[in-house]
Design a binder for this molecule. Structure first.
Ligand code: ATP
Length: 207
């Protein structure tokens, strides 16, 4: 049987307990032994840019998953030239791991609406399993809404690959805002990540 490898891309600005808990649940539900976290690069073409530097986002990822052997971190997207597309990441990882593995690419329910717009989405859906996860604070994924943008087969594959992860209402935007306002964020973050943020004075007003 092919090895199952989970891929989890994101801005991780910063990584929070929501990311970790759904990733852990996906590992169990998919029955994979490995999950690779893939921080997204800064893109001059996107309006939403990470606030923290790449080096800090990587350091926080390392601290958050340090004790968990199933988790790995890849700088594959940080090191690649623009434009950076998920399909390119899949191709690079296919080269690295060979044909005897199946890739599972995780996305939260909030991402489903824009998924049909992803670069070469039909190839991507053929070359890996895109797994939509529940996300606290968002509606349950509505696969019927994709029908006009994707073929019935692709829509059905997405529906079949959906993972019933726990509903956790945490997002990085709120964490950054709370840090900026000097409010407590300890329930949302791994303690070592919070410690790093404080030491490096991330997400606060710069004078
Ligand atoms: P921001 O608030 O800055 O947009 P975020 O909390 O959405 O950040 P990202 O790093 O952008 O975090 O998310 C990476 C991936 O993780 C996305 O697919 C997103 O949908 C998913 N994700 C993030 N938080 C959760 C959560 N609490 N539950 C389920 N999925 C999540």
């Amino acid at each position: 049987m092919n090895e199952k490898i989970i891929l989890f891309g994101g801005t991780f600005d910063p990584i929070h307990k929501g990311h970790i808990e759904v990733a852990q649940s996906a590992l169990e539900k998919i029955g994979a032994g490995k999950i690779i976290l893939i921080p997204a690069r800064r893109s001059p073409h996107k309006n939403k840019q990470p606030v923290a530097a790449d080096i800090d986002r990587i350091a926080m990822l390392q601290l958050a998953v340090n004790s968990n052997k199933a988790f790995q971190i890849s700088n594959i997207e940080l090191n690649r030239a623009e434009p950076s597309y998920t399909i390119d990441t899949i191709h690079q990882l296919r080269e690295k791991f060979g044909d005897d593995c199946d890739f599972y690419w995780l996305i939260g329910a909030d991402m489903l609406k824009d998924l049909p717009l992803w670069h070469k989405i039909n190839d991507l859906l053929d070359e890996c399993n895109i797994c939509v996860m529940n996300r606290g604070g968002y509606e349950k994924p509505d696969f019927n809404s994709l029908r006009r943008k994707l073929s019935p087969e692709k829509t059905e594959k997405l529906r079949q690959n959906m993972i019933e992860t726990p509903l956790i209402e945490i997002n990085s935007t709120e964490i950054r805002q709370r840090l900026f306002n000097e409010q407590d964020v300890s329930q949302f973050l791994h303690p070592d990540v919070l410690d790093y943020i404080k030491r490096r004075k991330l997400y606060i007003a710069k004078d």
